[in-house]
Design a protein around this ligand. Structure first.
Ligand SMILES: Cc1cc2nc3c(=O)[nH]c(=O)nc-3n(C[C@H](O)[C@H](O)[C@H](O)COP(=O)(O)O)c2cc1C
Length: 446
């Protein structure tokens, strides 16, 4: 079965979503808006909802930024997910937390708590941070180098997983008769001393219901793929052609054997930005309307961000990108820069055409068509074993999620490609992932 996640940027994935009368204008600080999205996605049997994050407002040209709400007024996502957990029962709850500007103990504790609060539905999207401005909120003048970020991320994830094993599953016997609350021999101290972190442990919360909350990863550079091959159970990635998606899928899954892992232990879910109409004409028209709302200065700012902060002001918008931009020289997301450059080359786009394309879908693949067209494309990629599922990023929220849930999901279900009821109780079970054994227990604790 195909896996489905929803990435819900507050007013929607389209950069001009907030200008649409159909969007929830104050979405970034409106809790009920997210509850509604979660309930819709849950009724449609989505595996998970995912909230991206950055611990900084975006830097850049303030006049342009003031026309774009993303990350300007934005909930801390694990706090938000804890609230959503209380209002839902099945849907997985995945949020980003950066390994560059956190400590492993805090993250282990936060996601273990979310896993308990949601009864086994938590997931952690491990990022190394693509927003350079985060560094300035955490005692640094500049971002760690790409290499250091990934080295730190690898150690960070190892520590977090070790901390989640602090307690055996049955440690808390809470026996009033004997007066013993927990079994002392079920408590394990990690005693980690590494390059970036020293963490004694143990964690002050019982082992999470899933053993470990599910680990997602969204960096697609070589370093990112290596980290994912070793540790990730879900990978979010931007893929635009079936050929590239298949190559990425095969490459990443083949790397897993180096870490003693099976391909089924990782679900690869590229982003998908569906623009749906009851006819193709209607879908095209809707897309054109959305694109027409993009404010040029915002589009340019987003493109400049995606290219690692390259200042494009002053260049001819109807000419090509300057040839000096390269993914290798960037300290932000190498895979994002590469994906934008590939898109510009593949389709021979001017700067204006490129920002319109980028800004509309925020770098993700767009499919414009009827529900059947969209299901056809999804089915083709799935049957080609280029994906395990998709991360659906509706253009305007809440309306475009409602439409996807009411039209594309039943079409996928009719074709036998997507579930009609949840298989398990936890995110891990619904994704078909095994529950990790406790490293401190000989046979592993299940
Ligand atoms: C679907 C998707 C979601 C992402 N979410 C975040 C996020 O929430 N925060 C963040 O800093 N980076 C996010 N990223 C970027 C990557 O996680 C990563 O930090 C960045 O791409 C740098 O890694 P790379 O050079 O290996 O690609 C996301 C990427 C994708 C494709």
């Amino acid at each position: 079965m195909m896996k489905l996640g929803g990435l819900f940027h507050p007013t929607g994935n389209h950069i001009a979503a907030w200008l649409s009368p159909d969007s929830q204008l104050d979405a970034g600080s409106n809790f009920q808006h997210y509850v509604k999205l979660a309930k819709t996605a849950e009724a449609a049997r989505f595996d998970l909802l995912f909230l991206a994050d950055a611990a900084a407002v975006r830097g850049g040209d303030l006049a342009a930024l003031s026309r774009w709400p993303q990350y300007m007024a934005y909930f801390e996502p694990t706090t938000l997910l804890a609230g959503i957990a209380a209002m839902t029962q099945h849907i997985g709850l995945v949020a980003t937390a950066t390994t560059s500007y956190n400590e492993p103990y805090n993250i282990a504790r936060r996601y273990a708590s979310l896993d308990h609060i949601s009864a086994g539905r938590a997931g952690w999207n491990v990022v190394t941070s693509s927003n350079l401005d985060e560094s300035m909120n955490f005692g640094r003048d500049e971002h760690f180098s790409h290499e250091t970020r990934y080295e730190r991320a690898r150690e960070f994830v190892g520590v977090v997983r070790g901390l989640w094993d602090s307690w055996e599953d049955d440690a808390f016997i809470r026996d009033r008769e004997s007066g013993v609350y927990f079994r002392p021999d079920s408590l394990h101290t990690l005693d980690h001393r590494g390059t970036h972190f020293s963490v004694r442990g143990p964690l002050n919360i019982a082992r999470p219901p899933q053993g470990h909350p599910v680990i997602a990863q969204a960096g697609s550079s070589n370093d990112g793929m290596e980290l994912a091959a070793e540790t990730a159970e879900i990978v979010f990635t931007a893929q635009h052609t079936l050929e590239k998606a298949k190559a990425f899928y095969d490459d990443l899954k083949s790397r897993m054997s180096r870490y003693g892992r099976q391909p089924e232990q990782l679900k690869i879910m590229p982003g998908l930005n569906p623009v749906i109409g009851s006819t193709r004409e209607e879908a095209k028209q809707r897309h054109a309307e959305l694109q027409a709302m993009i404010q040029p200065e915002v589009g340019l700012e987003l493109l400049s961000n995606a290219l690692g902060g390259f200042d494009l002001r002053g260049y001819d918008l109807d000419g090509p990108l300057p040839g000096t931009i390269s993914a290798e020289n960037t300290n932000t997301s190498k895979s994002t820069v590469q994906s934008v450059l590939d898109m510009a080359n593949r389709e021979n786009l001017t700067i204006r055409q490129l920002y319109q394309k980028m800004a509309g879908a925020r770098g993700q693949r767009t499919i414009i068509g009827t529900p059947v067209d969209i299901a056809d494309e999804m089915e083709a990629w799935f049957r080609a074993e280029a994906v395990d599922g998709f991360l659906v990023q509706p253009a305007v929220l809440p309306g475009d999620l409602d439409v996807f849930a009411a039209t594309v999901v039943p079409e996928l279900q009719r074709r036998g490609l997507f579930r009609t009821k949840y298989e398990g109780a936890t995110l891990r079970e619904n994704l078909g992932l095994t529950r990790p054994a406790n490293r401190f227990t000989k046979a592993g604790s299940q």
